[in-house]
Each structure stands twice: as C-alpha cells, then as structure tokens.
Design a binder for this molecule. Sequence first.
Ligand code: PLP
Length: 395
Amino acid sequence: MLSKKIKQAMAGSSAIRAMFMEGKEMAARYGAENVYDFSLGNPATPAPEKIKTAIYDILDKEDPLVVHGYMANAGYEEVREAIAENLNERFGTNFHGKNLIMTVGAAGGLNIIFKTILDPGNEVMVFAPYFGEYKSYAANFDAKIVEVMPNEADFMPDLADFERKITKDTRAVIINNPNNPTGVVYSDATLKEIARILTAKEEEFGTDIYLISDEPYRELVYDGVQENFLTKYYKDTLVGYSFSKSLSLPGERIGYVVVPDEAADSAELIEGITVSNRTLGFVNAPSLIQKAVAECLKEKTNLEFYDRNRIALYEGLTKLGFTCIKPQGAFYLWLKSPVAKEEEFVEAAKKYHLILVKGSAFGYGGYVRLAYCTSYETVVNSMQAFAKLAAEYGL
Ligand code: PLP
C-alpha cells in the first residue's frame, strides 16, 4: 500500500530523468558517440584538483572521530565561518557562521526552508519556466505553487503578472538566478523591481514574504556578466546555494542556506531550519565534503569548457534557423520548438539520436531545454543531426 501523495509523485515523475534513461538505452543500442544527450544537468568537467588534495589532507591530518562524527545539526562551525567570510569578501555582506546552515545540496536546502516556513495551503510563487522539482518540494509540505509567466522576448518574469498574483497567502517566492532552464541572468533593474513589489505587498498584507534565492549556478556566468548576490536587494531574502555545479560535486550532496540577520524572524528561522535539517532525516550535511569545500572556496570550475559549448551550440543552432534565447549563465539553452506541441518536436529529435527535454517539464510549453554540460565533441557532432531535424521542419 502506497500513500496517496507518493502515488501522485510517481505519476508526475521527472521528465528529465526519463529522457536521461532513454539516452542511456539509445547509447547502449547505437554507441555513445552516436547519441547526443542534452538531457541532464550533470557537470561534464571534473571537480578542481584541490578537492582531491583537500580530502586526502583532511583524512591524513584530522581526527577521524571528528571527520566522520556527528556535529551540530547546522554543520561544522569553522566551515560555516569560512563560507561567511568568503561571501563577505566577495559581496560586501556581513554574515557570521551562525547565519549559515550546511545542507544536503540545494535540494536539501530548499526542503528545510520549506518545512520551516510553510503551512498547508500557503502559496509559493515560481517564475516560469522553472526547475520542475520545486513542485515536488512544495507538495512535500502541502503548499500550492503559483506560476508567474515570463515575457517571451527575453524570458524575464512578467512583473505585472507577478504583482497581480501575490496574495495574503504568499509565503515565499523562488528565484533561480542564473536560470535553469533558460540560461537567462536577471538584470539589476528586474531584481530591484521584484524587491519593490515584494516590499509593497508585505506592507499591503501585513505579512512577511521570503524571497528564496536558489543559486546553484551563481558562478556560471559568461560574456562578462558579474556574479550577483540577492540579499542586497530585499531584506527578506534567504539564499540556497549548492556546490553541485560550481565545483562539479553533485553526488557529494553539499550546499548551504544563508539567513541574513535582517530577514524577518531571523533567529527563529535559523533555529527552525536547523531543526528541519535534523527532522527531515538529513541530521547534518555530509561531514568530509563539508570540510573539503571549506578549503576550496576560491576554486573555480572550468568556465571556458562550458563557454565553448555554449557558443558552439548557440551559433550552430541559430545558423540552422532555430530560435534560441542566448544563454548568459548556467549551462542550459532554451530553444523554441518549431511546433506548438514541443513533445512532438522532442519525439522527432529522437530519430536523429538527439535527446532534449520538453519545456512543459519546466511549466512552460512550446520550448525545449538543452543541457550543454556535455563534451565539446557531442555539441560539434550533434550539428549534422540538428541539420536533419531543421530540414524536417523546413527551417
Ligand atoms: N535548483 C536548481 C535550479 C537546479 O537546477 C538543481 C539541480 O539541477 C537544484 C536546485 C538541485 O541541486 P542539488 O544537486 O544541489 O540538490
């Protein structure tokens, strides 16, 4: 006997994972080199060498009872202090270790925030298109997802729609910058306007509305775009960060949440989020990798690797006649389907061994997502397949 909730979750299970599995089957049938899998956001450039040396060093030099032991539910104090200091240096903030809770990736971070702030029926706003798992995370706490539509010209949120849809039950707004699936980076003007609207609505309804900044792609920006940090725009901002993409460590499950002092009910929130970390079953973020990332806060992933893919893919596809949003961040490209039902387009692409993900998996149909965290060869060799696909649609 399965619960009603999990039955629902199973029925709506991830389209991204399904495409990834299909890509794997295709690779077994036709050879991996003949399949162009753009489905999953799994980094394709390895973690910096320093991660490995830091792990060896920690294992060599530190007491195993500490390295492998339980610690405070929020994580090792010195790790949280080191991250706070690094953020303060980079973004002019004023955090202390106490403002941070180490988490099991961004997914763990979002879930502990949700558990702490959401009652059944509360509303969580998302800017479409959005990371589909937000729906599952909100469902975990019986909250309702409210979708805000984008402007199709640039895939920035339609702020009039945003303002209209905020209610007295709005508890949180998730913003994902740089964005999965569009690759868009929110402009300073957009962020200021979001902050202005939220401040006005908090006043109108006499409520606190948390802006949850989900930023696993914070450092993945191109074309000279600057890394951004949202707490400076709006006081009730909570940050969820992950090292999954920025240091290519998705399997290690490590990230953190920041609760600034100026956020409403800050001290209680930190306490609540820490309790949620324990009671959701994580207990604490994995110990060894906590210590390792603290040694690697100045390390960077190989941005040139993703940038080369980004340019090759964007230029190649637009030359073939496809319409794409030029990505400036993360490692995704958002492409307009030549037919309204993008599921048909995704099916047609499979004939040429191209694995794409339908936009409706991100709450926005008519588009598909390509994850270009693949090898450069995959991008280059896929172009003859995309040419056939373009010809099929008369582009
Ligand atoms: N948020 C967004 C926007 C993502 O794209 C992902 C992963 O792809 C996550 C959260 C979850 O990241 P993590 O692996 O750190 O849990």
